[in-house]
Design a protein around this ligand. Structure first.
Ligand code: UT7
Length: 335
C-alpha cells in the first residue's frame, strides 16, 4: 500500500434547491405513474431549481457549507475544480463563476466534464495536485441543473423522471498526520464507442450554423439514452472498478465499510452491491429523495452520510460511478 502523503477530505457540504417535485407532480405533465417510477428506479421525489438559478449558484451554496465544515477561511483555497454536465453557459465553465461568487478571483479553476463519473474524475485530479504539493487546499464542487432541459413527451419520459438538481462540495488537503486517512486510490475508465448511448447531441458546432430553425424541430437538444444498455453496462463496470481499486491497494470487499454508488437508479445500486457481495446496510442510498443528480450525486450522498455520523473516522469508503461516455470510476477513501 502506498504510504506517502495522502489527500484527505476535510470538509463536506451539499445544497438542494427548495422546490420538491414528487412523482405525483410528474404524473400531471408526463405519461407516467408514481408506481412505475418507484418500481423501476426507487425515486419518490427530486429537487428542481427555479428559473434563473444555474449550477454555479447551487455549487456556490454547497461550497460555502463545505468551507464552513472544514473550518477554514475561504482565502486558504488555492484551486477550484468543478464537475458538471449542465454548466450555466456553453462557455465559460462554472469553475470560474463559482470562484467569482465566492470572491476567490485569481486562483486557477478547472472544469471537469465526465458526467456521472465527474466527481470521481475530479477527485482523482485533486488528489494528484495535493499529493505532489502543487496546491494546499482544493475546493471540489459538483453541481447540476437538469430540470430545465427534460423531454416530457413519451420519447423522453425514461430520462425525464430520473433527473434532479443539486450540488455537493468537498475541501481537500494533505493529511498532516501519519494515521493512514485519506484517498487510497482512484481508478478511471472510459469507452467512447458508447458515446451515443447516453448523450445530448445538439447543439453541435459540427453543424454550420450551429443554431438553425430546424434545431428545435429535431428535439436532439434533449438528453437521450439507451436505458437498457446503460443499465447493463453500469452493473458490470461499477463492480469491476471497485475490484480494480481494491486490488491496487491490496484490500478486499470485506474491508469496505460503506459503498457510495452514483445514484443512477436504486436497482442499479442494489445490483452493484449484490455483485460485489456487499450487504445492503453498507450501501448509501438517497435516490428516493433526490433523484439522479449526475456529477453531484456522490458528494451529496457523502455529505449526508457524514453529517448523519454514519461514516466514522477510520472507515473505508468506496465510491463508484458510471455514466455518459461511457465513463466509469471508483475511489477508496480511509475516512
Ligand atoms: O446516471 C447516468 C446513467 N443512467 C443510468 O444508469 C440509467 C440506466 N437505465 C435505467 O435506469 C432504466 O433503463 C430506466 C429507468 C431508464 C428505464 O427502465 P427499464 O426497466 O429499462 O424500462 P424500459 O426502458 O425497458 O421500458 C419499459 C417500458 C416501455 O414500455 P413498453 O415498450 O414495454 O410498452 C417504456 O416505454 O416502460 C416504458 N417507460 C415508461 N413508462 C412509464 C419508459 N419510461 C417510462 C416512464 N413512465 N417514465
Amino acid at each position: 500500500m502506498k504510504e506517502e502523503k495522502r489527500t484527505v477530505i476535510c470538509g463536506t457540504g451539499h445544497y438542494l434547491p427548495p422546490q420538491i417535485v414528487t412523482n405525483f407532480d410528474l404524473e400531471k405533465i408526463i405519461n407516467t405513474s408514481d408506481e412505475w417510477i418507484r418500481q423501476r428506479t426507487g425515486i419518490v421525489q427530486r429537487h428542481y431549481g427555479t428559473p434563473g438559478v444555474g449550477s454555479s449558484d447551487l455549487a456556490t451554496e454547497a461550497a460555502k457549507l463545505a468551507i464552513k465544515d472544514a473550518g477554514i477561511d475561504k482565502s486558504e483555497i488555492d484551486f477550484i475544480i468543478a464537475a458538471t454536465l449542465s454548466p450555466d453557459y456553453y462557455f465559460p465553465g462554472i469553475g470560474v463563476l463559482v470562484g467569482s461568487k465566492l470572491g476567490l478571483n485569481g486562483i486557477g479553476a478547472l472544469d471537469v466534464r465526465n458526467q456521472c463519473s465527474g466527481f470521481i474524475y475530479a477527485l482523482s485530479v485533486a488528489d494528484q495536485y495535493i499529493r505532489n504539493g502543487t496546491y494546499q487546499k482544493i475546493l471540489l464542487v459538483a453541481a447540476e441543473v437538469q430540470s430545465s432541459n427534460l423531454d416530457h413527451s413519451d420519447e423522453g419520459r425514461d430520462m425525464a423522471v430520473l433527473f434532479g438538481d443539486g450540488a455537493g462540495a468537498v475541501i481537500l488537503e494533505a493529511n498532516s498526520e501519519n494515521d493512514g486517512r485519506g484517498i487510497l486510490t482512484t481508478k478511471l475508465f472510459s469507452d467512447g464507442q458508447y458515446a451515443c448511448e447516453l448523450w445530448m447531441e445538439k447543439p453541435s458546432p459540427k453543424d454550420k450554423p450551429t443554431f438553425s430553425p430546424g434545431l428545435l424541430e429535431e428535439k436532439k437538444y434533449y438528453p437521450r439514452m439507451n436505458g437498457r444498455n446503460v443499465f447493463k453496462h453500469a452493473i458490470e463496470k461499477m463492480p469491476q472498478a471497485v475490484w480494480a481499486s481494491l486490488k491496487e491497494v491490496s484490500l478486499t470487499v470485506n474491508d469496505i465499510d460503506h459503498l457510495i454508488p452514483h445514484q443512477a437508479n436504486d436497482r442499479i445500486s442494489l445490483m452493484v452491491a449484490q455483485k460485489l457481495n456487499i450487504p445492503v446496510n453498507k450501501v448509501i442510498r438517497n435516490i428516493h429523495r433526490v433523484g439522479n443528480t449526475t456529477a453531484a450525486s456522490i458528494p451529496i450522498a457523502l455529505d449526508e452520510a457524514v453529517k448523519e455520523k454514519r461514516i466514522k473516522t477510520g472507515d473505508l469508503v468506496a465510491l463508484t460511478a458510471f455514466g455518459s461516455g461511457f465513463t466509469w470510476a471508483a475511489a477508496l477513501l480511509r475516512w
